[in-house]
Every structure is written in structure tokens, then in C-alpha cells.
Design a protein around this ligand. Structure first.
Ligand code: GAL
Length: 804
């Protein structure tokens, strides 16, 4: 996907691609490196270079990034005497070795700008200041060490440390956040250093049990324009494209989708109007380049109580201005150099000639794209597939039941309850704790309806309880508190009873001081209700197994799946815990992105052609309530402001990158832990359903435009008369206008309705301009629509169209 994504980033006006380097992916075992396939870092940097863009390489090697263990391979934890991220010799040694490895790879390929390559910036550590105080003196000396270690590598390209006020002078302290232009304390640690914003959060990540955060593009554009106005130099969108955390690579409770509400969505499709509005912003900022880059003076002028101008003037007489209205509620009209300007609340206008507004952050002139998942792929009989090789569909499901509890050949015994993470060592999510207990036939609970109570205390993250092979209980923690307790009445019979507890992690800890010492797994098991009181099993002899039998046999691969006998069934059993399901999928044809719709399943993991495509957890819903359809962009954003997906599974669709699929016979394997219905599992295509735009007549300064400014405005498609622009993806045309109204239409994309004012010419004019075109422009003015449908009312044009 890399070349296509980078093309879209370039078209969106980016000049530089920033990426983290994922140590645990590149060195899964100490000294064994992996830079192949999608881990081919040099190839990635070269592709960016071939597109004419720069690179900011954030090596870390601690990266956080909602990534398993913050990017540090688990084996580092087992080095004797190690403490992560402080002045600790064993840690520094490994960190230095990996950093040097990456730097020498880049040098070897001439990838640094100093060598003519694309890398212009690089990062060591990541937001270390968040944990520094915990380590006292050692924290600060570690910062000094990290800086001098990397500077000594002599790359000829500056190093940054993000959020690091005490970064030494030879590295640059950078800002991460939502409003780096208005972070008063952010000055960078030296006046000689450029103001760099390494993470401008375009949305937020998603966790299981959480809602979907969304950040309005007007607010992002506002924050960027404020930063540039105040002499910010480098802005990175975190994420511009977040994509998918394949496999078990996500951090604690983090979903495989790392969509982040980014300008390019999880599937690699531009998200509108976010992508388009930021593209327009970038064009507008670039039209100010000369004044900004060669400024002789940079002045702040107060225009009102919450309004100000920032004016750049170059030696050659170029002038560019940014007019800000920081008021979160009121629109205002202000005077600037003797002209009147209308400034919507919480917005910045950009004037590349200090006269003409060519862009305002709150006025979105970019279309909305309504995306939809379509699920056309149905179950079908193998005979049908044989008759017609071209059909898309699922073959019959096959089933294999996972053994409940340990298998003798994979098990070991230990006294007491073991810590989960140091036992599984990140090889698997699963750890079986099993024990058998004897119940005397005279126990009173056998003759009454008062059942004994099983009590479990766990440090995280989930547990399934099996009593005599039957699923008898389950519990889990959450992203803020992975610890949990379970108290559950259980059926026990006279004689021997088997207790099997399946403890699970969902991504290893990735942040905070000493996160490598965080623990998971069961710490207490008791059963109350026996004649002589409660039985505490915590210190007894337990039998363990790391991982599942099916994982050991690699049932998710083509060859591994031959290790067991699967049973065929036309109607796979639903609601059956601990079951492996396997099928073959033919197709899907076409080239739209595809995802697996797992809405009917419970909790588990999924593989396609042996590639782990992620953990799923449909049964864990987010909290209900407070997901309003309207999102007011005005005022400071926080990640709970514009959430969607209330009371829903956090993720239903699981991306399968096209590159993992063959045209026919793709092996899909699911491991379901608690119970689901695989017959309803389907493949979805992620398609553009409709495009919309809604633009109002605007207040503009009435100035005579210079020739150059006229051309600049055309580049931006923001003519003095506001113009609505619609555009279908490459290869598609506008085939039908669902809705159009020039007047005062109401509602939003997908739900527009006519208002009290409507021009009857709307449809004829829109169809004439747009039908059969890939792209069309419509002027938003009464003249363009023949007559004013309601004199004295502020009008707008709303349109919704189908591309096919
Ligand atoms: C930052 C961190 C990133 C990422 C982000 C949240 O603080 O540097 O790696 O975790 O938060 O998505």
C-alpha cells in the first residue's frame, strides 16, 4: 500500500512523511533482524524519496504508539539487571546497539539529507519527560546520554526529542498535542531552534470497550494555522494515515484498527472533508512561503479582545497575514489595514498578500465522502464454486474444538499462581492455570441450592473459567484498570472436579515509568461454601500451559491446519466457546479495500492465509449515551468531545489488506473464545457511497485582486464567489444527483432536506454542470441560479451525488 498512500499524502500537500521504527518487529529475537516485506524500512524510505518527499525517522526505540510493549521487544525484559528507559547500563547498551543499527543502515544507503537522501529529521526516545521525574537524577542523565549518543553518530541531520524541555542544546525539543501554537510554555529549548510539532493529533486511537473519537477538521486547521502564524515550522499529523495494527501488535486493549480519524482512513481511502480541507490549508500556507521563510519582521497586532493578526514581511516587500479569532463562540467583523474582514468563531483567515482572504480554517469548501461497507459475499456450496470459478463466496465452515485445559505434552507444574507476562513472554495471549479439587460427597452444598462461590483476583486482562470442561464464568478488566475480580457460583460434583482458568492478555503495557514491571494474570483463587469454610487454592500446585494446542499446531496456516481432523458442517455450531473455524474464501474481485465483518462473533483472533489480522472483541460494547450527531468544532477539543459509536462494539470490521489475498482459495481461520455465529461472518468491500458538499455564500473583503492573486485563488478553487467543487475518485463519474438545493437547505450528507427557500433551477443547473463529469464546479450565487430565491436571506448550496 505504501506507494499509493504516499501519493495521496503528496496530493494532500504534505512534504514529509514521518514514521516510527518498530524495534520489536525488526528484532523479534536478540540479534535476529527482520527487514523483509512490510518490515523493509529502507524500501519505505526509498519509496518516499522516489515521490520527492522528505522523511522524519522517529527511531525511539521506545515509541509508545499504542504499540505492544511500546515497541521494545519482550526479550529485552529478560536481560539481567535491566530497567527500561533510565540510566541503566544493560538497557542503554541494547538501545544504543539498535539505534546504531538503524543509523548505519540509513547511512549505508545514503538516506540522510546530508548524503543527498530524504531524511531531514530523526528522533531519539519519545516523550521521556512524562516519566523522567520518576527516575530522579538517573532520568536526567539518561536524557543527556541519549542525546550525546546519537549526536556522536554524525548523521549531519538534526535529532529531536519530543516533549523534552530539558533536552540538551544539541538536540531539538519538539511539541506533541492538539494546540502547539497556543502552548504558551512551548518555546523550544533554544531560540536558535525551529519550532517543531511532531504530533498533531488528528483524532485519537480506539480501544476495546471504547467509543470512536473524531476531531473536526476545522479545529485541526485552526491549530495548524495558529502554529504557522506564530512561526511554527514543521507540523506532522499524527496520524495522517494510521492503518491497521496487524497481528498482536497493538498495546493494551487497543483495537487492530488504528484509523485515528486520520485524513487517509484505515483502508487507505481519503477521508473527506478532512483530507481536502487540509490540502486547501496547505496550499494557502504555501502561497505565503516567501514572506514566512524570508521574514524581516514578524508582528503581532491586536484586533480585538480575542482577535489578533500575525504579519510576516520579507525584505523583498512580500507580506502575508494570519487573522485569528480565538473566541470559541462569537463570529466577528474586524478591521485590518483599513479593510473589514468577517472572522467566524475559532478560526484563522490566511491572507498571502495581507489583503485577500484565500482560506479560512472554519469554512470547509471540500466535499464529504460517505463511505459504506457492502457485504455481497455469501456462503456457497463447493459444487457451485467448481462450476463457476469466477464467483465470490465462502466455502462451508470446518470446525475443530480446542482442548479445554492443558495437554500433557505442553504442560508444566508450579506451586502457586504464576505471573502471566513473564510466563508467556509475549509468545501468545493465552495462559492456562489448571487444578483439580476433590469434593466430599457429604458437602452440604451438594444437597442444597446454595452453590459454592468461586473467587478470582486477576491483575489483568481477561479470564475464562471452565469447570469440568464447561464454560462457567468470564471476566475482564478495562483499558484504565486491567485488574479485576470475579465471584461466580459454580456447579461442583462429588469427587474430582477440574478447574481450568484461561488467562489472557490483550496487548502488553506500553507506557508509564517501569512499565516493564507491570504484571498480569491470576493472583488469587478461592472457593467458598465448603463445610469447613473457604478453600484457598492460590498456593497449591497448579499445572500450566503457555498458549493453546491449536496455536502450537499452527492451525491458522495452510500446512498447520492439516495437523488435525476438522469436521465439516453446513451449519456451524454457534455460541460454542473455544472453537477453531476454518473456511476458504474465493475473491473478492475488484480492487476496493476489504474487511471481515465479524459482528456475529464474540471474542477471539483471526487469520487470513496464515497472517494474523488481529484480535476481535465484538461482545465488549462501549458505554451508551452522549454520541451526538452534531459536532461543534469551536473551542478546545478533547477526545471525548465528538465521539461516535456509543453503546456499540468498538470494532466490527477487520481490514484484510488486499496484498494478503489471492483471487481464489483464501484460507480464513477464526479462533473463537466465548461463542459466536460464524455463518454470519462476511466480507465487506469498503466503498464510496455518496459524495456531498454544502457551501454558503460568504462574506468577503471587497478588494480588487491582483493578477497573481486571481491565479492563486484559482489554484485553491476559492474564487471570490464561493464555488462548490465535487470530485469522484479516479475512474468514476457523477452518475446521479440525489439532492440539490440552492436556498437554505438543512441537514447533513445523507440527510439533506430542502428549507423554506429553494431555487427551482437547482437541479437543472447542477445536472448540466456535473452529470457525466469526474469533477464539477458550481458557483454559489443567485446569478448562477438565475435569480435570487429569497432576497435578504443568506443562502447556501447543498448537493449529494453518486459516483459510479
Ligand atoms: C503520544 C505518543 C504517541 C502516541 C500518542 C497517542 O503521547 O508519543 O506515540 O501514543 O500519544 O496516540
Amino acid at each position: 500500500m505504501w506507494p499509493g498512500l504516499i501519493d495521496k499524502a503528496k496530493e494532500g500537500g504534505l512534504d514529509c512523511i514521518q514514521t516510527y521504527v518498530f524495534w520489536n518487529m525488526h528484532e523479534p529475537k536478540q540479534g535476529q533482524y527482520n527487514f523483509e516485506g512490510r518490515f523493509d524500512l529502507v524500501k519505505f524510505v526509498k519509496i518516499v524519496q522516489s515521490k520527492g518527499l522528505y522523511v522524519n525517522l522517529r527511531i525511539g526505540p521506545y515509541i509508545n504508539a499504542e504499540w505492544n510493549y511500546g515497541g521494545i521487544p519482550y526479550w529485552v525484559h529478560d536481560i539481567p539487571g535491566i530497567t527500561f528507559r533510565t540510566d541503566n547500563e544493560p538497557f542503554k547498551k541494547e538501545m544504543q546497539r539498535f539505534t546504531e543499527k538503524i543509523v548505519s543502515m540509513m547511512k549505508g544507503e545514503n538516506m540522510y539529507a546530508s548524503q543527498g537522501g530524504p531524511i531531514i529529521l530523526q528522533q531519539i526516545e519519545n516523550e521521556y519527560q512524562n516519566v523522567e521525574a520518576h527516575f530522579g537524577e538517573s532520568g536526567h542523565s539518561y536524557v543527556e546520554w541519549a542525546a550525546s549518543m546519537v549526536v556522536a553518530l554524525q548523521t549531519g541531520v538534526p535529532w529531536t526529542m519530543c516533549k523534552q524541555d530539558d533536552a540538551p542544546d544539541n538536540v531539538i525539543d519538539t511539541c506533541n498535542g492538539m494546540y502547539c501554537g497556543d502552548r504558551e510554555t512551548f518555546t523550544s529549548n533554544s531560540t536558535k531552534e525551529p519550532k517543531i510539532w511532531t504530533e498533531n493529533w488528528t483524532g485519537w486511537f480506539q480501544v476495546f470497550g471504547g467509543r470512536r473519537p473524531q476531531r473536526p477538521v476545522e479545529d485541526i486547521a485552526y491549530a495548524v494555522a495558529r502554529f504557522v502564524a506564530k512561526k511554527g515550522t514543521f507540523v506532522n499529523y499524527y496520524m495522517y494515515h494510521g492503518g491497521t495494527n496487524l497481528g498482536r501488535s497493538g498495546g493494551p486493549f487497543v483495537t487492530p484498527s488504528y484509523d485515528y480519524d486520520a485524513p487517509i482512513d484505515e483502508y487507505g481511502i481519503i477521508r473527506q472533508p478532512k483530507w481536502g480541507h487540509l490540502r486547501d490549508l496547505h496550499k494557502a500556507v504555501k502561497l505565503c512561503s516567501i514572506a514566512i521563510l524570508f521574514w524581516k519582521s514578524h508582528d503581532k497586532i491586536t484586533l480585538g479582545p480575542s482577535q489578533e493578526a500575525h504579519v510576516f514581511r520579507s525584505r523583498g516587500g512580500e507580506c502575508a497575514a494570519f487573522l485569528s479569532n480565538m473566541d470559541p463562540k462569537s463570529d466577528v467583523t474586524i478591521s485590518f489595514f483599513n479593510l473589514r474582514y468577517y472572522l467566524p468563531a475559532w478560526s484563522v483567515s490566511i491572507l498571502p498578500d495581507c489583503r485577500t482572504v484565500i482560506f479560512n480554517t472554519a469554512m470547509v469548501n471540500s466535499q464529504t465522502n460517505l463511505m459504506k461497507s457492502i457485504t455481497p459475499y455469501k456462503k456457497m456450496s463447493p459444487s457451485k464454486i467448481l462450476q463457476n470459478e469466477n464467483v465470490d463466496g465462502f466455502e462451508k465452515w470446518q470446525i475443530f474444538e480446542e482442548h479445554i485445559g492443558v495437554l500433557q505434552e505442553n504442560s508444566f507444574k508450579a506451586s502457586g499462581l504464576l505471573e502471566h507476562i513473564s510466563t508467556t513472554k509475549d509468545m501468545t495471549d493465552y495462559l492456562w492455570y489448571t487444578i483439580s479439587i476433590n469434593v466430599d460427597k457429604d458437602e452440604p452444598f451438594l444437597k442444597s441450592d446454595k452453590l459454592p462461590i468461586l473467587g478470582i483476583v486477576s491483575q489483568g486482562y481477561c479470564v475464562l473459567v471452565f469447570i469440568n470442561n464447561i464454560l462457567a464464568g468470564r471476566a475482564h478488566g478495562n483499558v484504565t484498570t486491567p485488574r479485576f475480580k470475579l465471584e461466580q457460583p459454580v456447579y461442583l460434583h462429588p469427587g474430582k472436579n477440574d478447574i481450568a482458568l484461561l488467562s489472557m492478555t490483550v496487548g502488553l503495557p506500553n507506557s508509564g515509568p517501569l512499565y516493564e514491571r507491570k504484571v498480569a494474570g491470576i493472583t488469587e483463587v478461592t472457593i467458598q461454601g465448603f463445610r469447613d469454610g473457604a478453600r484457598d487454592l492460590s498456593k497449591e500446585l497448579w499445572t500450566y500451559q503457555v498458549g493453546l494446542g491449536g496455536e502450537k499446531l499452527e492451525l491458522y496456516t495452510e500446512s498447520g491446519s492439516k495437523n488435525v481432523n476438522w469436521s465439516f458442517t453446513s451449519q456451524p455450531p454457534s455460541n460454542q466457546p473455544m472453537t477453531w473455524y476454518k473456511t476458504r474464501i474465493h475473491g473478492p474481485r475488484g480492487n476496493e479495500p476489504v474487511a471481515l465483518d465479524l459482528s456475529s462473533m464474540g471474542k477471539g483472533q483471526a487469520w487470513v492465509n496464515g497472517e494474523h489480522i488481529g484480535r476481535y472483541w465484538i461482545s465488549y460494547h462501549s458505554l451508551r449515551g452522549n454520541c451526538s450527531r452534531k459536532c461543534d468544532y469551536r473551542g478546545r477539543y478533547n477526545r471525548h468531545k465528538c465521539e461516535s459509536n456509543c453503546g456499540q462494539p468498538s470494532q466490527r470490521l477487520y481490514h484484510i489488506p488486499r496484498s494478503l489475498l489471492h483471487p481464489m482459495g483464501n484460507v480464513l481461520v477464526l479462533f473463537e473464545e466465548t461463542g459466536g455465529n460464524p455463518s454470519k461472518v462476511a466480507l465487506s468491500r469498503w466503498s464510496l457511497r455518496r459524495i456531498c458538499a454544502h457551501i454558503s455564500e460568504r462574506h468577503h473583503s471587497s478588494v480588487n485582486l491582483s493578477q497573481k492573486m486571481e491565479t492563486d485563488l484559482k489554484i485553491l478553487h476559492t474564487h471570490t464567489i464561493p464555488t462548490l467543487r465535487l470530485e469522484c475518485p479516479v475512474g468514476k463519474m457523477i452518475s446521479f444527483i440525489m439532492f440539490v438545493s440552492f436556498g437554505n437547505p438543512q441537514g447533513e450528507c445523507g440527510h439533506f432536506i430542502e428549507g423554506t427557500c429553494h431555487s427551482i433551477e437547482s437541479r437543472v443547473i447542477a445536472e448540466k454542470a456535473c452529470l457525466g463529469q469526474r469533477e464539477c464546479f458550481l458557483e454559489v450565487s443567485s446569478e448562477a441560479f438565475g435569480a435570487d430565491p429569497c432576497v435578504g436571506t443568506m443562502k447556501s448550496l447543498a448537493i449529494e451525488a453518486i459516483c459510479s
